[in-house]
Design a protein around this ligand. Structure first.
Ligand SMILES: Cc1cc2nc3c(=O)[nH]c(=O)nc-3n(C[C@H](O)[C@H](O)[C@H](O)COP(=O)(O)O)c2cc1C
Length: 169
């Protein structure tokens, strides 16, 4: 039994949230975790936006296609990557997953909502007044879970190999 891996394995995407707010100190600690995520050449090419205003959450939700539930989140963290950094996408994905797991450690549910490949990325950037050298990589709506859906996962043997790959694992 390991506390860290138990938290990691207990994470599921949460899209329905209770009305309770997420404490400011929790958000700050989550962002502290995010800034410790690994980045290529340690460039840390990111900005993390924290949105709690209900009207702004609604506007972000409206812009997305599969993120309408952002309107009901207690908070939404938006991860922006500095486009001139070669590995900004990988770096910001590392930060995104770190944020999601740090939230989980506090019992706060969240869901990764796509950003970088979406047409609405530019509109979200403009809505939040983020400089144009940055692009939206992900949106992370979060809150205490009101409902959790469990997704099926592939079994370990199906997705791993040791030493060299072989069809008969
Ligand atoms: C890059 C990426 C983009 C995603 N975009 C969305 C999204 O736009 N809307 C959504 O509801 N879920 C989104 N998800 C969440 C996935 O649907 C979810 O992780 C997947 O169904 C597995 O479920 P689980 O997170 O509960 O394990 C995204 C996840 C990733 C990694």
């Amino acid at each position: 039994m390991n506390v860290g891996t138990t938290i990691i394995k207990s994470r599921h995407s949460v899209r329905k949230y209770k009305a309770d707010p997420v404490d400011e100190n929790v958000i700050k600690d989550v962002l502290e975790c995010a800034r410790h995520a690994p980045t290529a050449m340690n460039l840390q090419p990111w900005i993390f936006g924290v949105v709690r205003e209900r009207s702004l959450l609604g506007k972000i939700a409206d812009l997305t296609d599969h993120g309408k539930f952002i309107a009901g989140a207690a908070v939404c963290i938006a991860v922006f990557g500095e486009k001139k950094a070669k590995y900004y996408l990988e770096d910001c994905c590392a930060a995104t997953q770190t944020i999601i797991l740090a939230l989980q450690a506090y019992g706060v549910g969240s869901c990764w909502v796509a950003g970088e490949k979406k047409e609405y990325a530019e509109a979200v950037r403009k809505l939040l007044d983020v400089p144009d050298g940055y692009t939206l990589v992900s949106l992370i709506p979060a809150g205490f879970p009101a409902e959790i859906t469990l997704q099926k996962k592939k079994v370990l043997e199906e997705v791993t190999f040791f030493e060299k790959y072989s069809e008969q694992q």
